[in-house]
Design a protein around this ligand. Structure first.
Ligand SMILES: Nc1ncnc2c1ncn2[C@@H]1O[C@H](COP(=O)(O)OP(=O)(O)OP(=O)(O)O)[C@@H](O)[C@H]1O
Ligand SMILES: [Mg+2]
Length: 237
């Protein structure tokens, strides 16, 4: 009889975390930012995380994006165990699997470069030899072709946010994490940004997690999780 070969089922979850704990320690104090958080996000989902200031939203996103490591618990991204990954794999994961739009725009962008040059920065570390072409394509995707040669300080807040999204997409991530992407723009620009996320989600099958204070944005999203004191609770918005 032929030997049975075990083929593991592909994980339907992009994010699977259980009992996630994050403690920020300094010599003087200890902050328990996550207190046993459970979260599941399926591949291809567009979901939102809401919660009061200081509840742990950015902390979760940082764990999911590999920017910081949890203190304890289980965290699997795209089927990979994030707590037992080698440093080398961890760096590769950050480069290839995940894209990040930061809460603070200054962290996304380099002010003295033009829009198109900003988008080229993450491509410098990839094998892509058509950087300018790819950067232009990404700016087109976020509707900013007409502003590609403008320096960042010549762009509005919403336009800068769209450059940030283009940068996050540069290496074709499977998972896009956005921390308050509509935090400092008006409602029309906010609609425009959410429409870009929807297009990326439906047409390019990118799994997207958006942290937001914006209730109207959360209302338009099917899967919403509220974080309260470092744990996830069901949200009804
Ligand atoms: N690097 C850090 N060192 C120490 N404490 C931190 C650090 N980062 C966050 N915290 C604390 O952890 C808790 C959760 O912070 P976090 O930034 O995740 O909140 P948030 O939900 O994103 O808030 P906001 O809506 O204001 O952005 C807060 O009490 C915060 O002060
Ligand atoms: Mg935050």
């Amino acid at each position: 009889m032929p030997k049975k070969i075990y083929i593991p089922k592909p994980d339907k979850y992009m994010v699977r975390c259980e009992g996630l704990v994050k403690i920020y320690k300094s010599s003087k104090s200890e902050v328990k930012a996550l207190r046993g958080l459970d979260l599941k996000v399926e591949k291809g989902e567009l979901m939102a995380i809401i919660g009061a200031s200081g509840s742990g939203k950015s902390t979760v996103l940082n764990m999911l994006g590999g920017l910081d490591k949890p203190t304890s618990g289980e965290l699997f991204i795209n089927g990979r165990d994030m707590l037992s990954m080698s440093e080398e794999d961890y760096i590769r994961f950050k480069r290839d699997t995940v894209g990040f739009v930061w809460q603070n725009n200054a962290r996304n962008l380099i002010p003295y470069l033009t829009a198109v040059e900003n988008v080229e920065v993450p491509l410098l570390f990839s094998r892509n030899n058509k950087r300018r072409e790819r950067a232009r394509e990404l700016l087109n995707l976020v509707g900013l072709s007409h502003r590609e040669n403008n320096k960042l300080d010549q762009l509005s807040g919403g336009e800068q946010q769209r450059v940030a999204i283009a940068i996050a997409l540069a290496n074709s991530p499977k998972l896009l994490l956005a921390d308050e992407p509509t935090g400092s723009v008006d409602s029309r620009t906010s609609d425009n940004i959410i429409n870009i996320f929807r297009t990326l989600n439906t047409e390019m099958n990118v799994t997207i997690i958006i942290v937001t204070h914006d209730n109207s944005l959360a209302k338009s999203i099917d899967h919403v999780v509220r974080i309260k004191d470092g744990v996830a609770v069901d949200a009804f918005v």
